[in-house]
Ligand binder design. Structure first.
Ligand code: GLN
Length: 494
């Protein structure tokens, strides 16, 4: 079964080969028939109303590349009138009263939202196992071994990989777009911090959170990103920079491109088979005319410990709003206000979220603030400075996205540090606010996909996508579809 790209669907809609309503119906049927648990909620009626609307617009001569193309939305994005859980029991009954800017931007471009995808609770996790709504099955699982799709955007990754949607949104605070993209053989982009508005995207760690596309190809990622970005006065950290068309530089030659390989990304902990596959991908770039050079990010070993102070600190503050008073779950029986708060939060949050709130509150407490939070902020600056230094001599950096491939459900659940190590290569880009991608770069002998990680200088998403696209033009890893992908063809009746 071949993959279906946004570019192809856009061309088919343009040529009148298929309507948005037909496409939307097809994907809704696939979602209905699938057993990956990739979605938390699907509003069929709403999706079909939008599809009809897109068809009417096309009939009226309106055109926009993604007008009428259905995609899946991570359940971290508020959509007016729609259940928005963020993977948590505490928001099980929450119907959003407004729409996230990223989603309303996509809707303005005519994108049809199919439904809300499963995710780790409040985006905290690397396997989707912290979701209140159950585990998600990685479509690359083989008989007998159920593998995780990665996290926290695990439902989005599984949905695209299983072809239940041609693309999806994700969010990335420490790796949550790129790690599941690597585990499910997808292209995932974390844009520069500030590029996509955070308004209406439920906050985890506000100085790190960033929305981005999860697709089969870099070209699709460029197309979807075009509809997501833009300045938003409702997010004080949104960047007021002019809109760009990310598809225009995709075909630029990368001859003479200077690629840096940070030696810290190839050290202890990396599975040798992944190292070999990454070396092969780098060789491919060399044959395209790129220059390869080893570089060093000497403070990158401090990224994981800094992140696990800063992210929980911000989360402990952000999550204080879930108190049972204004929205979401409220405990049934309580004696007074404090008892209500305590029981609501004890019953409403899962263990990983509670762990982060406790770590964060501790790191911010008056006696420990300097020792933990201030120190982590200083390390963050050193990590960002390392990138500034290497980008004086390199156009992009490359390495593996993750130290291992998708693992079986339950295998890391008792060891939070083992779980946290999944993001050892992805977190530095979040701390420095840089754009980064994971692209498909081959398979291990066990048949599991691996991701090539590419990091670009600030605001150079076009360069990042260009570098990714050039590789996809000469390789076909991204075209290989998961064994668990939906068996139907678009347009074929179920
Ligand atoms: N896995 C990391 C964490 O658990 C990153 C999550 C994310 O990027 N949202 O915090």
């Amino acid at each position: 079964m071949t993959i279906i790209t946004l570019a192809q669907l856009s061309a088919d809609l343009d040529a009148g080969k298929v309507s948005s309503t037909e496409l939307t119906q097809e994907y809704l049927q696939r979602i209905d028939a699938s057993e990956h648990n990739a979605f938390i909620s699907v509003d069929q009626e709403l999706a079909l109303t939008r599809a009809k609307d897109a068809d009417a617009k096309r009939a009226n001569g309106e055109s926009s590349p993604l007008l009428g193309v259905p995609i899946a939305q991570k359940d971290i994005f508020c959509i007016d009138g729609t259940q928005t859980t963020c993977g948590s029991k505490i928001l099980e009954n929450f119907i959003a009263p407004y729409t996230a800017t990223v989603v309303s931007n996509m809707h303005d471009h005519g994108v049809v939202s199919l439904g809300k995808t499963n995710m780790d609770e409040f985006a905290m996790g690397s396997s989707n196992e912290t979701s209140h709504y159950g585990n998600v099955v990685n479509p690359w699982s083989s008989k007998g071994a159920t593998l995780v799709p990665g996290g926290s955007s695990g439902g989005s990754a599984a949905a695209v990989s299983a072809q239940l949607a041609p693309a999806a949104t994700g969010t990335d605070t420490g790796g949550s777009i790129r790690q599941p993209a690597a585990f499910c053989n997808l292209t995932g982009i974390k844009p520069s911090y500030g590029r996509c508005s955070r308004y209406g995207m439920i906050a985890f760690a506000s100085s790190l959170d960033q929305a981005g596309p999860m697709t089969h190809t870099a070209e699709d990622a460029a197309m979807l990103l075009n509809t997501m970005v833009g300045f938003d006065s409702k997010d004080s950290t949104s960047l007021d920079v002019p809109a760009e068309d990310y598809t225009t530089q995709l075909n630029d030659s990368i001859e003479g491109l200077n690629i840096g390989l940070p030696k810290e990304f190839f050290g202890e902990g990396l599975k040798p088979e992944i190292a070999t596959l990454i070396e092969r991908a780098v060789k491919e770039y060399e044959s395209l005319g790129a220059n390869i050079k080893e570089v060093s990010l000497p403070n990158s070993h401090l990224a994981l410990p800094s992140y696990y102070v800063i992210a929980p600190a911000e989360a402990s503050s952000n999550l204080s709003r879930f108190d049972g008073v204004r929205y979401g779950y409220r405990t049934e029986e309580y004696t007074d206000l404090v008892d209500m708060y305590t029981k609501t939060r004890s019953e409403g949050f899962g263990d990983e979220v509670k762990r982060r709130i406790m770590i964060g509150a501790y790191a911010l407490s008056s006696g420990y603030y300097d020792a933990y939070y201030s120190k982590a902020q200083k390390l963050r600056r050193l990590i960002a400075n390392d990138f500034n230094d290497v980008f004086k001599e390199c156009d992009v950096l490359m390495g593996p996205t993750t130290p291992s491939t998708a693992f079986s459900a339950g295998s890391n659940s008792d060891d939070p540090v083992a779980m946290y190590l999944n993001d050892i290569y992805t977190i530095p880009a979040n701390l420095a606010g840089l754009p980064a991608a994971s692209i498909q770069a081959g398979f291990t002998s066990a048949g599991l996909p691996i991701g090539l990680h590419i990091i670009a200088p600030y605001l150079q998403e076009s360069k990042l996508l260009n570098v990714a696209h050039q590789y996809q033009k000469v390789t076909d890893w991204h075209t290989l579809s998961a064994p668990g992908a939906s068996a139907h063809n678009v347009g074929e009746k179920a």
